[in-house]
Write a protein that binds this ligand. Structure first.
Ligand code: PGA
Length: 251
């Protein structure tokens, strides 16, 4: 059966020292808790190796927020999937809307990132979601379908089984506007139906689909109560240990 997951996405926040302090605090407050979900923290590259050490012996797993679309070589400033793997991180967020928008990551670039993450034994957390104008024009289903077809529906069923999806309506990210539980459930069910069409019912049933976009301790319970919402990808509310813990407690 698929896993419930609460994953943090720190984005470009926290110095190394602040990140270590946050990971340490989270480890402490989760020490006696037995979360009913997998707990992941997504950190900037420079934190990965240190944070992996900090959270050792706890339930917390570590994710990168991005990886290069090239294997290795003369790509100044880039960080490869193999380098991420060597830190002990297990996951890699790929296709976040901020990467698509600000860094012009296309379907083909993201397809390559997913391929390289999988080749290096990292589990991609692949993000999809429509912008406000697309939702207003009722094009959200077509957008999400194209994003899946463009970057992950090329995978074998076995490889697709290793990825986690995150539906993040762009209009809800960092805006305080959350999709209603009904809007999110409707989209998650649609995404699962697309997976079933492509890979069959079993693969679809086993795929964890997270919701992201202004998810916080007040709305997490209502969102996670839906049959096709298997957890959350949390930005702002993952930057404070107690807020993040309260979302984990929603399960
Ligand atoms: P937010 O970000 O929770 O701050 O809206 C979510 C995300 O971008 O993953």
């Amino acid at each position: 059966m698929r896993k419930n997951i609460v994953a943090g996405n720190w984005k470009m926040n926290k110095t190394l020292q602040e990140g270590v302090a946050l990971a340490t605090e989270l480890k402490t407050i989760l020490a006696d808790a037995q979360p009913n979900c997998e707990v992941i923290i997504g950190t900037p590259f420079i934190h990965l190796a240190t944070v992996v050490e900090v959270v050792k012996g706890s339930v917390i797993k570590v994710s990168a927020e991005n990886c290069a679309d090239k294997e290795s070589g003369a790509y100044t400033g880039e960080v490869s999937a193999a380098m991420i793997k060597s830190t002990g991180a297990e996951y890699c967020i790929i296709g976040h809307s901020e990467r698509r928008t600000y860094y012009h990551e296309t379907y083909d670039i993201l397809k390559e990132k997913v391929r390289l993450a999988l080749a290096n034994d990292l589990k991609p957390i692949f993000c999809i979601g429509e912008v406000k104008e697309e939702r207003e024009a009722n094009k959200q289903n077509a957008v999400v379908k194209a994003q899946l077809e463009g970057s992950v529906f090329n995978l074998s069923a076995e490889d697709f089984g290793k990825i986690v999806l995150a539906y993040e309506p762009v209009w809800a990210i960092g805006t305080g506007l959350t999709a209603t539980p009904e809007q999110a459930q409707e989209m998650h069910a649609y995404i699962r139906s697309l997976i079933a069409e492509k890979y069959g019912k079993k693969v679809a049933e086993n795929c964890s689909i997270l919701y992201g976009g202004s998810c916080n301790s007040s709305n997490a319970k209502g969102l996670f109560a839906n049959p096709d919402i298997d957890g959350g990808l949390i930005g702002g509310a993952s930057l404070k240990a107690n807020d993040f813990k309260a979302i984990i407690d929603a399960f």
